[in-house]
Design a protein around this ligand. Structure first.
Ligand code: BES
Ligand code: MN
Ligand code: ZN
Length: 509
C-alpha cells in the first residue's frame, strides 16, 4: 500500500504521530588514532537532542547502558516520557553524518519502516541527519527507503499480517522537498510493481496476462503499448521467440512500448527486458533446485515495464521505447530440440544446442527490432546466466557493452541510485566459442566465461548502436532481506533505468 507523505517544519514536539524516529550518529573517525580509544563518540542528530531533553538526559544514559553506538543499521525503541506528542520514539543509527549517502538514508529509513509495522503513523527527522546532502536528495532517499523497506508480498497468505504503517511525516522542509518526496514515492511505486510481478507465481502470469497488465498499467501514463500475438510474432519473423515459446501451452507475446512526450526531439533510448515467465530449461531440463526460483526469469521485463510506467510522473523529457519478449520455456512434444536451428528477426541463424540458454534467443529478436527503430542507445536487462551469479554474487549485476561512453553513462546512473553493477569484458577472441558447425552461431559456448559468451551472443544483434547489457541473474531475486531490498523479487534495475532516462543524453560516437 502506498503511503501518504507529509512534509512538516518545526520542532519534533509539535508533530503528532504514533512513533517519532530520530537519528543518532557517530563522530568522524579521528585522524590520528588515540591510544586504545573506546567506541567512537555519539552524535545526537536533529530531534534526538529534543528527545533527550524530554527524557531529562536519560536518553544518553540509556544508549550508554545498552551500548547503542549510532552505527548505520542500528535501531532501538525508547519511550518519550509523555512529554512529546508522539507516544514512542525510535532511535536510528546513521553513522558519521558527513558520510551519510542517499543509500545510507534509504537503509536507515527501511529500518524505520520495518520497526513501525505495528503503528499507523511515523514522523521522522531522518532526512535532516545528512550534513552533506541537499534537503531534496535526502528527503527523496528517505521516502524511497520507507516505501521499499515496508514492501511485503502477502497475496497468497490466508492470514496476512500487513504492515499498518500508512502515514509518514518528514520533519524539516527546504527547497524542493515536497517534489523530491513525490519523486521518491513514484520511483518506489514502480519498484514495488516490479517486485509484485516477479513474486507472482508463473501460473498466474502467462505472457498474455502480463501483456494485459502492461496495457492496464500504462493507461494514463503517456506510454502506448503494442501487443504482438503469436500470428503477428510469426509474421514479424521473431524466430527466437517462436522457438523458445513453442513448448508451452501458454503462447508468447511481444510488447513494444513507446513514450514520446510532446516536444521531445532526437532518437529514443531503447530498453529491452528478458521476459521468460518460467524457465524449466526446456528439453535441456534444469534440476529441481535450479527451477525453484525460475518465476523470476522475467525480472528484466518487469524492470522495463515498471520503469516505463513512471516516466511521465518523473517528467522525463527524452523519448523512450521498450521491447519486451514474453515466453514460457517448457519441455513438451512441441518443444524446440537441441540441434534445431532458428532464424532470428535480423536474418542470422542460431543452432540451439542447449534449450536452457533461451534468454539470448528471445533477446536476439528484441534487440534486432530495437535496432531497426534506430535508437540513440540500448540497454537490456536479463536474468541471463548462472555464471554471472558465480562471478559477482547475488548483489551485483554484470555490465557489458560495445561503447565505452555509454557503458560509463549506465554505470554512473546505477552508482548514483545505489544499484550495484560491475564491468565485464566482451573479448573478441572469445567469439569463436559460439561458432556453429551448421548455423551462423550457436547458443552455448564453453562453460568457463559463460556470462561473456552470452554477452557476445547478444552483441551479434545490436549492429553499431551503443548498447549495454546488464546480466541481473544475481540481484533480481534474493533469498533474504537486505536493508530496503526485500527478499524475493527485488525490482533491480528499475531505479537505474529511471535515473538513466531522467538524465538521458545520446552517447557520442
Ligand atoms: N534463467 C537462467 C539463468 C539464471 C540462473 C537466472 C540462475 C537466475 C538465476 C538462464 O536461462 C539459464 O538457464 N542459463 C544457463 C545458460 C547455459 C545453459 C549456457 C545457465 O546459466 O546455466
Ligand atoms: Mn534457461
Ligand atoms: Zn532463463
Amino acid at each position: 500500500m502506498p503511503f501518504t507523505f507529509t512534509v512538516a517544519t518545526g520542532s519534533v514536539d509539535r508533530v503528532a504521530a504514533d512513533l517519532l524516529a530520530v537519528p543518532v550518529g557517530t563522530a568522524p573517525a579521528p585522524t590520528s588514532p588515540k591510544r586504545g580509544s573506546d567506541a567512537p563518540a555519539r552524535v545526537l542528530g536533529p530531534g534526538a537532542d529534543a528527545l533527550d531533553d524530554a527524557l531529562g538526559g536519560d536518553l544518553v544514559a540509556f544508549l550508554d547502558e545498552v551500548g547503542f553506538e549510532g552505527k548505520l543499521g542500528e535501531a532501538i525503541a525508547v519511550p518519550t516520557g509523555g512529554k512529546l506528542r508522539a507516544k514512542a520514539a525510535l532511535v536510528v543509527g546513521v553513522g558519521d553524518p558527513a558520510e551519510l549517502t542517499p543509500d545510507g538514508l534509504r537503509r536507515a529509513a527501511a529500518a524505520v519502516a520495518r520497526r513501525a509495522s505495528k503503528v499507523t503513523s511515523v514522523a521522522t527527522t531522518l532526512a535532516a541527519a545528512a550534513t552533506e546532502l541537499s534537503d531534496a536528495d535526502a528527503a527523496q532517499a528517505v521516502a524511497e527507503g520507507i516505501e521499499l523497506g515496508a514492501y511485503q508480498f502477502l497475496e497468497y497468505k490466508r492470514d496476512p499480517k500487513p504492515s499498518k504503517l500508512a502515514k509518514v511525516t518528514l520533519i524539516g522542509g527546504g527547497p524542493g522537498v515536497r517534489a523530491a518526496v513525490a519523486r521518491g514515492s513514484a520511483i518506489a511505486t514502480a519498484v514495488r510493481w516490479a517486485r509484485d510481478l516477479v513474486n507472482t507465481p508463473s501460473k498466474e502470469k502467462p505472457p498474455a496476462e502480463i501483456a494485459a497488465e502492461a496495457r492496464a498499467l500504462m493507461r494514463g501514463r503517456g506510454v502506448s503499448v503494442q501487443v504482438f500475438d503469436p500470428a503477428q510474432i510469426r509474421q514479424k519473423k521473431l524466430g527466437g521467440v517462436i522457438g523458445v515459446g513453442q513448448g508451452s501451452a501458454q503462447t508468447p507475446r511481444f510488447l513494444k512500448l513507446t513514450y514520446a512526450p510532446t516536444g521531445a526531439r532526437g532518437k529514443p533510448l531503447a530498453l529491452v527486458g528478458k521476459g521468460v515467465v518460467f524457465d524449466s530449461g526446456g528439453l535441456s531440463l534444469k534440476p529441481a533446485g535450479g527451477m525453484e526460483t525460475m518465476k523470476c526469469d522475467m525480472s528484466g521485463a518487469a524492470a522495463v515495464l515498471a520503469a516505463m510506467s513512471a516516466l511521465k510522473d518523473l517528467g522525463v523529457k527524452a523519448k523512450v521505447t521498450g521491447y519486451v519478449p514474453l515466453v514460457e520455456n517448457m519441455p513438451s512434444g512441441t518443444a524446440i530440440r537441441p540441434g534445431d536451428v532458428l532464424r532470428i528477426r535480423n536474418g542470422k541463424t542460431v543452432e540451439v544446442l542447449n534449450t536452457d540458454a533461451e534468454g539470448r534467443l528471445i533477446l536476439a529478436d528484441a534487440l534486432s527490432l530495437a535496432v531497426e527503430d534506430k535508437p540513440a542507445a540500448i540497454v537490456d536487462l536479463a536474468t541471463l546466466t548462472g555464471a554471472c551469479v558465480v562471478a559477482l554474487g547475488d548483489k551485483i549485476a554484470g555490465l557489458m557493452g560495445n561503447h565505452e561512453g555509454w557503458q560509463s553513462q549506465v554505470r554512473d546512473a546505477a552508482d548514483r541510485v545505489g544499484e550495484r553493477v560491475w564491468p565485464l569484458p566482451l573479448p573478441p577472441d572469445y567469439r569463436r566459442g559460439i561458432d556453429s558447425a551448421v548455423a551462423d552461431i550457436k547458443n552455448t559456448g564453453p562453460r568457463e566465461g559463460g556470462t561473456l559468451t552470452a554477452g557476445l551472443f547478444l552483441q551479434e544483434f545490436v549492429g553499431d548502436v551503443p548498447w549495454v547489457h546488464l546480466d541481473i541473474a544475481g540481484p533480481a531475486f534474493l533469498s533474504g532481506d537486505d536493508g530496503y531490498i526485500t527478499k524475493g523479487g527485488t525490482g533491480f534495475g528499475v531505479r537505474t533505468l529511471l535515473e538513466l532516462a531522467s538524465t538521458f543524453a545520446a552517447p557520442k560516437d
